[in-house]
Write a protein that binds this ligand. Structure first.
Ligand SMILES: Cc1cc2nc3c(=O)[nH]c(=O)nc-3n(C[C@H](O)[C@H](O)[C@H](O)COP(=O)(O)OP(=O)(O)OC[C@H]3O[C@@H](n4cnc5c(N)ncnc54)[C@H](O)[C@@H]3O)c2cc1C
Ligand code: SF4
Length: 509
């Protein structure tokens, strides 16, 4: 066996042919190592569909690399030589192949980044960690943007990213004369027989093998394994995205915040799982969306709304993650300690909105943003659930979940556990918000119009109880002060009924 010059480790969320570690290597002289590792599948017990998706996408990517001339050592989960962890697997490959150097692109998560750093002293060969250029803003650039600012608001970061990428710019002005069309994106959806569905795929032979493996090895993890309909190759993920641009993007903006019974996807793209493992490229898909706007097939509020999610929110939460790790995962501004209620795993609850969000999460490893933020996230915030337990739940249950993007969304945006670093106010809402944006309340055993009592929507008493419990922490927030004042104007017996209703409901969990 000839000795490779470089051993190139490709991680499970680095399925991109232009990855910096591959670009720095040479197919003729180097060896690629990829491995399905027990440690990575169980540090939280990921949804079965998420594991199957990643293993299948990894196996397809290994094939893509081989076709491009690379020699790839791919260690499946059930292979005899599987050592269970990155460090053990790489140690074995180093001992066996004796490469001159290890090349790896920097990790997406702090935990893995620490491990890669540790290799510099563990292994007898140099370890080169290369930047990940699949993001538009590096952690260092974000740090420079953040430094000296009193408040880190996404909107200003986003404008800089628009200027930098030139997306939706007319000269030095934003297309349409405004940076943000969010105010137009708050329509509730109606039942529509022609609602588009995301493009789906039948599992091929590689996916079938993976599905059998996951069924055997991870049968006791959360979620339904079948049906399995994901794209697992770059070409299919691109085709799924193109179908979204044609069919759903025209309505993406208008109904971005809507929720509808029996419609898990509405007009969302359902692509975060492809983007986050490297099958889709963020800038490339934004350019396609801009093209759709420039050619007149979608309106500006849809194109801008979509592009803002990618070059704004996605990059911004990653910047916050690297700025604040380690430690961010333990943020708990409100001191919440309640264990996560069982119905986050079982979907057994009378609350129709929570039941719908958790049921589809179990079936599809997917819920759209407003379900995550305003249903499961909002409930946990109002009920005082420990943000760290909630973070582990979100990290487990969604096919697109990686700590760098999940943690700031959960701890920062949805739980305000960082005290307002990321969000300008807690995303706390009563049943009225869910009623306005969905049709769930019409199918619910609770009455959204009642504030207290056994038949009242639990979100209502919990909302006012949250305001009451935390009023000293939120009264100076200009976006919350009005709610504190409203609570303080309630008669004492109404305040008493709120406290009792909330306590009775929480005791029943
Ligand atoms: C509590 C909570 C946890 C979340 N956890 C994750 C997670 O683990 N992984 C993840 O990718 N997103 C997460 N999000 C953000 C968002 O909900 C998902 O990106 C989105 O629902 C994925 O579905 P989609 O592809 O249909 O998105 P669309 O609604 O169609 O949006 C298009 C794309 O924009 C990006 N995007 C939109 N909103 C955000 C956001 N707030 N942060 C980062 N990117 C965004 C995503 O890449 C998404 O695919 C979370 C949000 C909340 C409130
Ligand atoms: S009434 Fe309350 S619990 Fe029921 S669906 Fe509406 S918001 Fe959810």
């Amino acid at each position: 066996m000839t000795k490779p010059r470089n051993l190139i480790l490709v991680l499970g969320d680095q399925l991109t042919p232009t990855l910096t570690s591959l670009a720095a290597g040479d197919p003729a002289q180097d060896r690629v190592l990829m491995a399905e590792l027990h440690d990575e599948t169980t540090y939280v017990r990921h949804h079965k569909k998420k594991i199957a998706f990643l293993f299948s996408a990894m196996r397809h990517f290994a094939e893509e690399l081989r076709r491009a001339g690379w020699t790839v050592d791919y260690v499946t989960l059930d292979a005899q030589g599987n050592r269970g962890s990155f460090t053990a697997q790489v140690a074995e490959a180093v001992a066996e192949l004796k490469p001159e150097r290890i090349l790896v692109t920097e990790a997406g998560e702090w935990r893995v980044a620490q491990m890669l750093e540790g290799w510099r002293t563990t292994f007898p060969v140099p370890v080169e960690i290369l930047p990940d250029d699949r993001f538009l803003c590096s952690p260092t650039e974000f740090g420079a943007w953040a430094s000296g600012r009193q408040q880190l608001r996404m909107e200003y970061f986003y404008r800089d990213m628009r200027r930098r990428t030139r997306l939706l710019m007319d000269g030095d002005q934003p297309a349409g004369g405004r940076w943000n069309f969010d105010a137009e994106n708050r329509k509730p959806a109606d039942i529509d027989l022609f609602m588009p569905q995301p493009k789906t795929y039948q599992p091929d032979a590689i996916s079938q093998d993976v599905l059998a493996l996951v069924a055997t090895r991870f049968g006791n993890h959360f979620g339904d394994l079948l049906p399995f309909r994901y794209a697992v190759t770059r070409a299919d993920a691109e085709a799924a995205f193109d179908a979204f641009v044609r069919e759903a993007l025209p309505n993406f903006g208008d109904f971005q915040d809507a929720m509808l019974t029996g419609q898990p996807f509405l007009y969302h793209a359902v692509i975060a799982q492809y983007l986050n493992c490297g099958l889709l490229d963020p800038l490339r898909i934004c350019r396609k969306v801009e093209e759709a706007y420039r050619s007149g097939t979608v309106k500006l509020n849809a194109a801008e709304g979509f592009i803002r999610q990618i070059i704004g929110w996605r990059e911004y939460v990653r910047g916050i993650y690297w700025l604040k790790m380690p430690g961010y995962e333990r943020s708990n501004h409100f001191g919440h300690t309640r264990p996560l209620p069982d119905f986050y795993w079982t979907a057994v609850t009378d609350m129709a909105c929570v039941r719908a969000a958790v049921t589809q999460t179990k079936e599809l490893a997917y819920a759209h943003h407003i379900q995550r933020l305003m249903v499961t996230g909002n409930f946990a915030l109002l009920a005082g659930v420990d943000p760290h337990e909630l973070h582990e739940w979100y990290l487990c249950v969604y096919a697109d979940a990686y700590e760098w993007v999940e943690l700031p969304n959960t701890v920062g945006m949805s739980q305000f556990a960082d005290g307002g670093l990321l969000a300008s106010k807690p995303y706390a809402a009563s049943g009225a918000y869910i009623n306005r944006m969905s049709d769930y309340c019409g199918h619910c055993r609770y009455d959204v119009k009642q504030r207290t009592g056994p038949d009242a929507c639990p979100f209502n008493a919990l909302y006012w109880d949250f305001i009451a419990r935390h009023r000293e922490k939120i009264r100076h927030n200009p976006r919350m002060a009005q709610m504190v004042r409203s609570y303080e104007k309630f008669a004492p017996d109404e305040q008493q009924r709120i406290a009792e209703s909330a306590a009775t409901f929480l005791a029943s969990l």
